[in-house]
Ligand binder design. Structure first.
Ligand code: TYD
Ligand code: MG
Length: 423
């Protein structure tokens, strides 16, 4: 039996195929569009050099972290030179104005709209033709012909599709705010990540002042970069020298405190790693970690036990990265190891010592990327001794006046740091 329908489908497909014509790269033309600067260097860096016209940018983060504040501040800067429309489904115009009054004075090129119906919003955008649109938040928007409630997966997805079309057809840059909930009950922005051009996450402890803006996906730039902000009385302020700020208030001569260096994209960042190791009163020792991955901490404790002879299996251990920030780079391993050892042995690490290096399961200290940049940053901030993987020594051409101590394994690192006078 010949399936006539299938034959028909194949014919139609081959007709389409005849019409579809591939092009070489040299045949494809595009107009170079300048990126729009947001007025915040920290945000521009994460975006890859500014906002690309016609792009869809998702800003995710926990409620209360400062997403609305950030976007309103960006509106303020952008509306100096172009028309910007801020659409809120969460707050009344009066509430937005109260927030705006804290931030500063605004130009007449910024207009506000409190609306959640996307059909109406599309029409307003069509009429007003702004260059940039802010949607706060995607969870409150709805399309009439989708029956489920605002915030459900299908509404969020449909709403984003509408905004995507607006952005691409009209060349309008659209920022979308998305709340992330821990339970994932409300459709989080994760379902939209594949639809938008850029995904930024605003993270940090709501009770701490520092906020990190991290690029997770970016069709127009690198995703390694971070931006650091501080929540102040009058909104978010950029933190231009995060290393300096992260180290503020560091205790001198305290055991269990070590400064490590992590690369965040192209930028080295120094931070204080703290550890407290004490004898456990219970059969099952407690381990907690804030800012560093707990599994990593457990692994490093096992390495210390087995490879450096520090018996920690009956000890409670608490690890914390000061400043409420989260760091995942393996180069902070050596910092965690030294902080744990320093606390356990109750011997302080020199106040002008910094370290970086990945630690392997055999206790070896492994090479990390960009050692020169890390050394230069530490020298700039007045550190005098740098503990680094031995294999990285050759890559550091300019020590900036610091004493470089190359180490091959954790035992050697502990020896050189906690008993510097022995050699
Ligand atoms: P918000 O931008 O409303 O968070 P989100 O939109 O992510 O839910 O702001 C969150 C917090 O920021 C809020 O608790 C108050 C604080 N805040 C300041 O400390 N200073 C300010 O100038 C502003 C505007 C907000
Ligand atoms: Mg908000």
């Amino acid at each position: 039996m010949v399936d006539k329908k299938a034959v028909g489908r194949t014919k139609a497909a081959s007709k389409e195929l005849a019409e579809a014509k591939p092009a070489t790269l040299s045949q494809i033309q595009y107009e170079h569009q300048a990126r729009m600067k947001t007025g915040y260097g920290e945000l521009d860096r994460v975006l890859g050099g500014g906002v690309v016209p016609g792009s869809l940018i998702l800003v995710g983060g926990d409620p209360g972290i400062g997403k609305s504040t950030l976007l309103l501040q960006v509106c303020r800067e952008l509306s100096e030179s172009m028309d910007v429309l801020y659409i809120s489904g969460e707050e009344s115009p009066q509430q937005i104005k109260m927030r705006a009054d804290r931030i500063g004075t605004f130009s007449e090129h910024l207009t506000l709209l409190c609306e959640t119906n996307l059909e109406l919003i599309s029409r307003v955008i069509e009429r007003e033709r702004p260059k940039v649109v802010m949607i706060d938040s995607i969870q409150t928007m709805y399309k009439e012909d989708v029956s489920s409630a605002p915030g459900s997966v299908s509404q969020v997805r449909e709403a984003t599709a509408v905004l995507l079309r607006i952005a691409k057809e009209k060349g309008i840059a659209v920022f979308i705010v998305g709340h992330v909930t821990k339970e994932g009950v409300v459709a989080g922005p994760r379902v939209l990540e594949h639809m938008v051009d850029t995904v930024l996450y605003f993270e940090g402890d709501r009770h701490a002042v520092y906020r990190i803006l991290r690029g997770v996906k970016n069709r127009f730039g690198s995703t390694n970069e971070i931006g650091v902000f501080e929540m102040c009385e009058s909104g978010l302020a950029e933190v231009l020298n995060p290393s300096q700020v992260m180290l503020n208030g560091r205790p001198a001569e305290a055991s269990g405190s070590v400064v490590a260096c992590s690369m965040e994209g192209t930028r080295p960042m120094l931070m204080e790693i703290q550890a407290l190791v004490c004898h456990s009163n219970f059969g099952m020792p407690r381990r907690t970690s804030a800012g560093a991955d707990l599994n990593r901490v457990n692994l490093l404790m096992a390495v210390l036990e087995k490879r450096a002879g520090l018996s920690m299996s009956t000890c409670d251990a608490y690890v914390n990265i000061a400043g409420g920030i989260r760091m995942n780079e393996p180069a902070i391993d050596l910092g965690i190891v030294l902080a744990l050892a320093s606390s356990m042995k109750e011997r302080p690490v020199g106040p002008k010592t910094i370290c970086f290096g990945e630690v392997g399961l055999s206790g070896e200290v492994r090479a990390v990327s960009m050692p020169q940049q890390r050394v230069s940053e530490a020298a700039k901030l007045g550190f005098t001794v740098c503990i680094l993987p031995e294999v990285c020594l050759d890559a550091v051409k300019d020590s900036g006046g610091m004493k470089l101590v190359g180490v091959a394994n954790v035992g050697e690192a502990i020896e050189r740091v906690l008993w510097p006078g022995r050699r």
